[in-house]
Design a protein around this ligand. Structure first.
Ligand code: NAD
Ligand code: DAU
Length: 353
């Protein structure tokens, strides 16, 4: 058994699907099902006996103790988090609760469970913490990409909460010897991404004929990685990573937001042409995100050198698959555009115009 937290969200669900497809051992999937968690992401394994879904909160210590005692996982893969920067600016409290207190609670439960193990089970146990490149802060145009040695310099409530969780994970290894590994990954994209994030939001808006809201000048740079490549990197770190180490994960693919949106418009023009003209006509510049990090870039040489992982997809292949998935799964998009989603869109974008 492995215990996955947040496995009904975007990356967690992709991880669980890929893990089971690759013949991995059974999964206990603990997820609170916040607005971002969606059992529809896991519909294809609804009848798979290797997947046990538990609705619950990582802040619930009694639940964690019960799940660990019952299922005796050989690893915990920790995805559960509040993950959207703009939401963290509007309402940071939940980010502190889930990302900091939740990670602390999970670490304490893991420590108690692992402490009682013996022999090989104790030696082989792993706590894999899924983190982000945003903890490193922002780069100037000519700065070298983030290495694992780059200091944590978080700038948003979200990244500060993830940085705090990274520090807790590090300390639980250093002080208690808990066998942890941490991954710091760049921006993911792919199937099942909630349409509050740049790529799925732009696709959903374009297909609905709505404005494509570019924050600021659109020249902020992100590194983009196809989600199944992130899942493969996590599997590699789980299998071969050294306890106490952190591994940067990235796509070697820096692009400005404007370049991304232009490419999405061009792909839609090709695959779903609109009689009204190119989707680029919908591009609209709006008020910038407060404290908007200018550039992230990941040096992913360590994971390649030590664990033999490199992304399999290029951005060209991954984004084409993502656009095709979106066009084929419009029902999924409609379902997640619930009342809560509409409220968020009104709140976030009304004050930017
Ligand atoms: P997501 O927001 O799509 O999913 C988060 C999941 O966690 C949801 O299913 C939600 O219901 C669950 N969750 C939230 N609070 C919980 C709680 N208290 N208890 C249990 N479950 C809870 O996020 P994502 O984009 O899939 O990101 C997953 C992880 O990867 C996060 O830790 C994030 O920081 C990290 N990450 C994301 C990216 C990215 O580009 N999306 C990149 C690098 C790292
Ligand atoms: O770098 C990894 C991080 O990537 C993850 O840790 C986060 O969980 C994930 O949300 C993502 O954070 P970003 O803030 O980079 O992603 P987002 O999709 O929100 O925004 C990407 C860029 O696009 C950013 O520069 C802001 C810009 N943007 C975003 C939205 C939603 C716009 O210009 N318009 C928008 O409407």
């Amino acid at each position: 058994m492995i215990l996955v937290t947040g496995g009904a969200g975007f990356i967690g669900a992709n991880f669980v699907l890929d893990w089971l497809a690759a013949g991995g051992e059974p999964v206990v999937n603990l997820d609170k099902l916040t607005y971002a968690g969606n059992l529809e992401n896991l519909a294809s394994i609804a009848d798979d006996g290797r997947h046990v879904f538990v609705r619950g909160d990582i802040c619930d210590r009694a639940l964690l103790d019960r799940l660990l005692a019952e299922h005796k996982p050989r690893a915990i893969i920790h995805f559960a988090a509040e993950s959207h920067v703009d939401r963290s600016i509007h309402a940071p409290a939940e980010f502190m609760r889930t990302n900091v207190e939740g990670t602390f609670t999970l670490l304490e439960a893991a420590r108690a469970f692992w402490g009682a193990l013996e022999g090989e089970a104790k030696q082989n146990f792993r706590f894999l913490h899924v983190s982000t490149d945003e903890v490193y802060g922002s780069l100037a145009p000519d700065d070298a990409p983030f290495t694992e040695q780059h200091p944590h310099q978080p700038n948003s409530p979200y990244s500060a909460s993830k940085a705090a969780s990274d520090h807790l994970v590090r300390a639980w290894h250093h002080t208690y010897g808990l066998p942890v590994v941490t991954t710091n990954c760049s921006n993911n994209y792919g199937a099942f991404q909630f349409p509050e994030k740049l790529i799925p939001l732009m696709l959903a808006n374009a297909l609905a004929g709505k404005p494509l809201p570019i924050y600021g000048d659109g020249l902020n740079v992100r590194d983009w990685l196809y989600v199944t490549d992130h899942c493969a990197a996590i599997r590699a770190v789980l299998a071969r990573g050294t306890p106490g180490e952190t591994y940067n994960v990235g796509g070697w693919n820096e692009m400005t937001n404007l370049e991304i949106v232009h490419l999405l418009c061009d792909l839609l023009d090709e695959l779903r042409p609109d009689a009204a003209g190119s989707y680029r006509r919908l591009i609209t510049y709006v008020k910038d995100r407060p404290g908007h990090d200018r550039r992230y870039a990941i040096d992913a040489r360590k994971i390649e050198r030590e664990l033999g992982w490199r992304p399999a997809e290029t951005f060209a292949t991954g984004i084409r698959k993502t656009v095709a998935w979106t066009l084929e799964n419009q029902a999924w998009v409609r379902h997640v555009q619930s009342g809560e989603y509409r409220q968020w869109v009104t709140k976030n974008y009304a004050e930017r115009t």
